[in-house]
Each structure stands twice: as C-alpha cells, then as structure tokens.
Design a protein around this ligand. Structure first.
Ligand SMILES: C[S@@+](CC[C@H](N)C(=O)[O-])C[C@H]1O[C@@H](n2cnc3c(N)ncnc32)[C@H](O)[C@@H]1O
Length: 342
C-alpha cells in the first residue's frame, strides 16, 4: 500500500480523491453503540430531569469519567442537551428513547443490536463455511422481537398501510379479516378503528399470542386471537381479506403452500394484502438486499423475492394481482401487493 502511495504521491497530493462513505458508516456504528449502551444502562430514563455526570454516574452506578464522555458523545449526536454542567434529554430523545412515548424505539434498538451479534458477526464465517445455524427459527419471535416490530410499525409502515387501505372499497366493505402473523396487534387495532364494521382475527405463534397479543387486544371486542403455526395449522375461514405483513419470507415451496392455505381461507373475491420487502432494483432496494444477506448468514436461503416473482407465485396459487403500492423509503423497502382470489 505504502509503495503505491509513494509511487503516486505527486498526483495524490494534488487530487480531491477523498472517500468519505467508509468513515460515515463507521461513525454511524460508533453512534449506534453509544445510543444502545445509554439505553441499556437506563441513562435516557434518568436524564428526563437534568443531572451532572457525577450525579448520573452515582445513581446508575457507573464510572463518572466514562459517563461524562458518553454524555458528551450523546450531546454531539443531538440526543442530549447541555445546560451549564448538567445534561438533559433533547426533544428527539424524549420522543424516541423514553418508554412512555408512543414512538419509543428502545426494543427495536435492542433487536438491531442482537441481530448484529447473532447474525452479522458471523458473515465472514458463513462466507467461508456456509450458512450458520444460530437459533431455532421460532425462538427468534420473543417479546423483545414483537415489541420491536410494533416500534418499527409505528415509525411509518402502519401509517402508510392505513393510507393505502382506507381508500380501498373492498377494505371499507369488509366484515371479517385475518391478520396473519399479526403479533403486536397494532394493524388490527388500526383496521377496526377505520372500519367500524370489521372484526379481526390475529393469528400468531402461541408464545407471541400469550405474551404480547392478548395484552394489547384486551378490551377490543372486535379483535380475537388464534394461536397456531401457519405452516401446520388451519387459519380459519370466511375472511374478506387476509393481511400479511413481513411474514411471508420463506422458501418457495413453503410460500406456495401457505398462499394456497390463505386462498382457501378467503371468501370468493376476497383479498390478500401483502406487505413485504421486495428486491426489484439492487441499488434502490439496498435495505432489502442487506436484509436478504442477513437471512442468508443463518441459513435463510431465498426468502425475499422481486415483486414480479412474488406476483407470479400469487397467480400460480389462484390469485390475480390488482395493485402494487410502494410504501418504502431508503431504510424500509416495503411494497403492498393487493391480490384477489379468483
Ligand atoms: C416479522 S414479524 C411481523 C409482525 C407484524 N405482522 C408486523 O408487520 O409488524 C413476523 C410475525 O409472524 C409470526 N410467525 C412467524 N412464523 C410463524 C408461524 N409459523 N406461525 C404463526 N406465526 C408465525 C411471528 O411470531 C411474528 O409475530
């Protein structure tokens, strides 16, 4: 490397060939560590009222010098504000990092950290030795995962999904729906809010239904929970539409079997409303491409499809694709595919 620099030094010192993206990525990783440590140690909760670093360190039983450095870093990132020698939460931290806020992102941050540790850390190993089996598939879906999904939904997907469905005549006419892998129940709650005639069945794994879903839907007379494994159990029937958000990431054979089961559970003319990442363009869909790579590390195989391949599967299973709505942004590449049972 040094030899090459030496050989090209004349040209190098005159050039503007700076390459920032790598440093930007590394600073983002550093910032993520700072935020997730602060969250883990309860620093944000504690700084709802101003404190100096010594006071903060004493309350949280932390090293005072390290605590001051972390407060400085979080201030530089915009999560804390410094007033004289005390630190207090900024507005953004109050909105997204305090667990009484409806926009809280703490469980999502914990899940992202866990994904780094259990999946991304093994990327080189998987490239050398092939995919790694880290955890039995269904164990992934614990309380932290479910709450993280709810926090992700609240940050845009839920709102965008509702905007698409609100204008759909079949949604407005629907009386009965299934939220497949409905987990935290926020979609079901929003559906019943905008369609007063609708009742929803949330289908999910027994541990998710017991630990999360039943708590969220208690008191909602039009929402019921059904525990089971959608690869093995029946889904019920008589549904006007079935909503599936981020649940159909599975190999082709399993996906087609589930699509057929979904079709058989729908009333004639009923809809499957699918909301998933798709890879249609490698550059534009980089969040989905990385998601696909993350699955592959732990033996996920092919689970993320292009919109056209997914539509083709739907058509081969007795659906006609009516509409595709891109509700994504650069960090979330979701598309809603609306397909009618024919
Ligand atoms: C990625 S989460 C999506 C949650 C929610 N639909 C959303 O979009 O926020 C996938 C959900 O599917 C559920 N799930 C996964 N495999 C399942 C299976 N075999 N049977 C029933 N539910 C399953 C998980 O428990 C989890 O709640």
């Amino acid at each position: 490397m040094l030899e090459n620099v030496k050989l090209n030094l004349g040209q190098l010192v005159e050039s503007d060939g700076y390459f920032w993206p790598i440093r930007e990525l590394s600073i983002a990783v550093d910032a993520f560590h700072a935020i997730s440590s602060a969250l883990e140690l309860g620093l944000f909760q504690c700084l709802q009222k101003p404190k100096n670093p010594q006071e903060l360190a004493r309350i949280l039983n932390l090293h005072p010098g390290m605590t001051e450095k972390l407060c400085q870093a979080l201030t530089s990132l915009g999560y804390l504000t410094k007033v004289e020698d005390c630190y207090i939460l900024s507005e953004v931290a109050r909105t997204f990092l305090i667990d009484t806020s409806p926009y809280y992102q703490g469980n999502l941050i914990r899940l992202l950290k866990r994904t780094q540790e259990t999946r991304w850390r093994n990327l080189s190993k998987a490239l050398k030795e092939g995919p790694i089996e880290v955890q039995a598939h269904q164990d992934v879906f614990d309380v932290n995962f479910s709450l993280a999904m709810a926090e992700g939904a609240v940050c845009g997907s839920l709102q965008k999904t509702i905007r698409v469905l609100r204008d759909l005549p079949q949604f407005q006419r629907a009386k009965r729906c299934l939220d497949l892998g409905g987990c935290h129940g926020l979609y079901a709650l929003a559906f019943t809010m905008i369609n007063p005639e609708l009742s929803v069945v949330i289908f999910d794994l027994p541990n998710v239904i017991n630990a999360v879903t039943t708590k969220v839907i208690s008191g909602s007379e039009r929402i019921a929970a059904l525990a089971g494994d959608f690869n093995r159990d029946e889904l019920g029937d008589g549904y006007d539409f079935i909503f599936a958000s981020d649940v159909l990431y599975m190999p082709e054979a399993a996906l087609k079997a589930l699509l057929l089961k979904i079709k058989n559970s729908l009333n004639d003319g009923g809809l499957l409303i699918s909301k998933h990442y798709h890879i249609d363009n490698l550059k534009e869909d980089s969040a989905a491409v990385l998601f696909d790579l993350m699955f592959a590390v732990t033996g996920g195989g092919n689970r993320i499809y292009s919109t056209s391949k997914f539509s083709h599967f739907l058509e081969s299973c007795g659906f006609s694709v009516m509409r595709v709505e891109d509700i994504g942004n650069h960090v979330s590449r979701s598309k809603i595919v609306i397909a009618e049972k024919v």
